[in-house]
Design a protein around this ligand. Sequence first.
Ligand SMILES: Nc1nc2c(ncn2[C@@H]2O[C@H](COP(=O)(O)OP(=O)(O)OP(=O)(O)O)[C@@H](O)[C@H]2O)c(=O)[nH]1
Ligand SMILES: [Mg+2]
Length: 197
Amino acid sequence: MSFINYASREINCKIVYYGPGLCGKTTNLQYIYQRTNPEIRGKMISLATETERTLFFDFLPLALGSIRGFKVRFHLYTVPGQVFYDASRKLILKGVDGVIFCADSQLARLEADCESLENLRFNLQEQGYDLDRLPHVVQYNKRDLPSIAPLHEMRALLNPRGAPDFEAVASAGRGVFDTLKAAARLVLIELKKGQGG
Ligand SMILES: Nc1nc2c(ncn2[C@@H]2O[C@H](COP(=O)(O)OP(=O)(O)OP(=O)(O)O)[C@@H](O)[C@H]2O)c(=O)[nH]1
Ligand SMILES: [Mg+2]
């Protein structure tokens, strides 16, 4: 549900990073912020606890080019992964155009990954969205750690429909832009469809 402003000739698209607590959502946004030209990025806003857990959301606007004379801006959000912040997650999903599901590759976090994906499906459904019809990509983060699940196992559990997916080490920047670009691409394809090709 991209927001198109005909007066200012702007299109705003919303991409949400979703996933369990501590999987690295905020780290993705921080890396993107650090590595983008100040001319195309806006202010990054983070509402976090003293221990750096996301309390409500992180927000980063990026101006990424134009379509037929309309400036396209991507608004990147992260949700708080901790289970008890579900009300915030629901709010942040409102008006979403694309989802990046960020998973923690550690074996010990596989169950939390699955629960978070279930929670995402449920919260989307509540708002009339279907994850399988929404532009979405999957990121298997923390590939640098010992005791991680093999890729094929994570795929089977978290990406049975074969959405674009990427291995990542967000803390080192690996896979961060590949993931974002894939999501942005899917959102733009959807946007063009809505515009009648
Ligand atoms: N080793 C390793 N650590 C990572 C990686 N990505 C993130 N981290 C670390 O994991 C911790 C949690 O990262 P955050 O980005 O705050 O996690 P989050 O998903 O935003 O967590 P919530 O806000 O609670 O939902 C931080 O200490 C990061 O530095 C990674 O790829 N590898
Ligand atoms: Mg966070």
